[in-house]
Design a protein. Structure first.
Length: 429
C-alpha cells in the first residue's frame, strides 16, 4: 500500500476538515475505527468514530480502541446480530435510535463533516444506513455528511448482492440531499491484493485489514495535503474548496500516483498517460464516466528542488489538458502545487465529484438478475420433476348391474379428488 505517513502523521500536521465517522455493522465499524485510529506522532487523535452494531462479538475484533476517539453504541435486544436480514438490521437501529442520536450529538458536535460508513450486503450496516441518513439530515448535519459504502465481492452470494442493490436503489433516490458517496469496491481491491507478490498465502482477515487501512490512509492523505504544505505559486486548493467538493451530491472518485523521478513532460507515456491511467483506475473504485464531473481538484507535492524544475508552464498546460479531457463541464478544477521539504519523488492526488453510478454497481445488478433467473429455473425444474414422477392410477370401470345402465359409479368421486391433487402441483387451489 502506498502511504505518505512521513507527511500525514507529522507532529505539526494540519488537517483541512475534522471528520466524524458513523460506522454501521461489522464492515462499517471496522473502517470507521481504522479512520479514527489515525494519529499524529505525538499521539494526538485527529478524527472521531461512533460505532453502531448488533453483534457484540464484532466490537471485540476492533483492537487498539481509544476512548477519546472511538465510541460504541450496541443495538440492545439484537446482540446476536442481524443474520444478513436487512429488515432486522433496520428494526434494531430504529429501536435504539435515541441511543445512537445521543452519541452523535455528544461526539460529532465539533465535526466539520461526517461520513456514514457501511458495508453493503449484510444485515446491520445495510439495514441501518437509511435510518442513519435520516438522523444526520434531520438533526443538524444537512449538507455536511456523505457516505462510504463497501461493495461485496461476487463470491459472497446472491442474497448479499441482492441486499446491496436493494439499498443502492433507495439511496439513489435521496442522493441530492447528501454529500459525496465514496464507493469501496472490495472486488477490485481483492483482485489487486491477491495479485501482489506474497499475498496469495495470506488470509481473508489480512485482506480486510488492508482494505480498512487503505480507506483510512487515502482520506487522511487528501485531508492533509489540502492544508499542511506551502503552496508553490498562486494555485491552491484550500480547506473550503475541499469542503465544497465533498459536499457535492453524487459519487466521488479518488486517485493517487507517485513518480519516483522528474518526468519527461514531452513523453506522454512517461507522464500524461500515467496520470490518465491513475484517474481511470481510481484508488477504491473505478468505472466512472468522468465527463459528468461537477467539481474536481488535483494536488501535486514535491520537494523544493523538484518543484522549481517541474512546476512550469509546460506542466500547467499538460495538467489543464488532462483535466479538460476528464472534467470538461466541471465548475471548479484547480491544479494546486505544493512543496514539502524532505519528500522524495512526486505525489499526485486527484478528486472527481458529482459523478454517476460506477459500472461495478451495474455489474452487481446483472449478477443479481442471473441469480434470480437461475433460482427460478431451479424451481421450474423441481415442478417438472414432480410432474415426471406423477403416476396416474387408472381404474377399470365397474360394470353396471342389471337395470342400472345410466347409474353413475363411485369412480367419478375418485377422479374429482385426483384433479385437486394435480392442480396443487401448480399452486392452485
Amino acid at each position: 500500500m502506498n502511504t505518505i505517513n512521513n507527511i500525514g502523521l507529522a507532529n505539526n500536521v494540519d488537517i483541512s476538515l475534522k471528520f466524524g465517522f458513523l460506522g454501521l455493522g461489522m464492515g462499517g465499524c471496522s473502517i470507521a475505527a481504522e479512520c479514527a485510529s489515525v494519529k499524529t506522532t505525538d499521539n494526538k487523535s485527529l478524527y472521531t468514530a461512533v460505532l453502531v452494531n448488533t453483534n457484540l462479538k464484532d466490537f471485540e475484533k476492533i483492537k487498539d480502541r481509544e476512548k477519546e476517539a472511538i465510541h460504541e453504541v450496541p443495538l440492545k435486544g439484537y446482540e446476536g446480530g442481524a443474520g444478513r436480514d436487512i429488515d432486522k438490521g433496520e428494526q434494531a437501529f430504529i429501536e435504539n435510535k435515541e441511543a445512537v442520536l445521543k452519541s452523535i450529538e455528544r461526539n460529532f458536535s465539533d465535526r466539520d463533516f461526517v461520513w456514514i460508513v457501511a458495508g453493503l450486503g449484510g444485515g446491520t450496516g445495510t439495514g441501518s444506513v437509511l435510518e442513519a441518513i435520516d438522523i444526520l439530515y434531520n438533526y443538524g448535519f444537512e449538507g455536511r455528511f456523505g457516505l462510504i459504502l463497501t461493495l461485496p465481492r461476487d463470491s459472497e452470494g446472491g442474497n448479499v448482492l441482492g441486499n446491496t442493490i436493494e439499498r443502492m436503489q433507495q439511496i439513489s433516490t435521496a442522493m441530492q440531499a447528501m454529500g459525496a458517496i465514496l464507493i469501496v469496491d472490495n472486488q477490485k481491491l481483492y483482485t489487486e491484493y491477491i495479485n501482489k507478490p506474497g499475498n496469495a498465502t495470506k488470509s481473508i482477515d489480512d485482506f480486510l485489514k488492508y482494505c480498512n487501512s487503505y480507506v483510512a490512509d487515502t482520506l487522511h492523505e487528501i485531508n492533509v495535503v489540502t492544508n499542511s504544505f506551502a503552496p508553490f505559486g498562486d494555485n491552491h486548493f484550500d480547506a473550503s474548496e475541499f469542503a465544497n467538493l465533498i459536499q457535492t451530491p453524487g459519487f466521488i472518485s479518488l486517485s493517487k500516483l507517485e513518480l519516483g523521478s522528474l518526468p519527461d513532460l514531452d513523453n506522454d507515456s512517461a507522464f500524461s498517460n500515467k496520470i490518465s491511467g491513475s484517474i481511470e483506475d481510481g484508488v477504491l473504485s473505478d468505472g466512472y464516466d468522468f465527463r459528468k464531473t461537477e467539481r474536481a481538484a488535483v494536488s501535486v507535492i514535491s520537494n523544493q528542488t523538484t518543484a522549481k524544475s517541474l512546476f512550469n508552464l509546460q506542466f500547467t498546460n499538460k495538467m489543464d489538458i488532462i483535466m479538460d479531457t476528464y472534467a470538461p463541464k466541471a465548475s471548479e478544477k484547480p491544479v494546486a502545487t505544493y512543496v514539502h521539504p524532505t519528500l522524495s519523488g512526486i505525489k499526485f492526488y486527484l478528486v472527481f465529484a458529482g459523478l454517476g453510478l460506477p459500472k461495478r454497481i451495474t455489474a452487481i445488478q446483472h449478477r443479481v438478475i442471473e441469480f434470480d433467473e437461475s433460482k427460478q429455473e431451479e424451481e421450474k425444474d423441481e415442478v417438472l420433476a414432480s410432474l415426471s414422477s406423477f403416476t396416474r392410477v387408472k381404474k377399470e370401470k365397474a360394470k353396471p348391474a342389471p337395470g342400472s345402465l345410466f347409474k353413475k359409479s363411485d369412480s367419478s368421486s375418485n377422479n374429482s379428488e385426483l384433479k385437486r391433487d394435480y392442480n396443487s402441483l401448480f399452486g392452485k387451489k
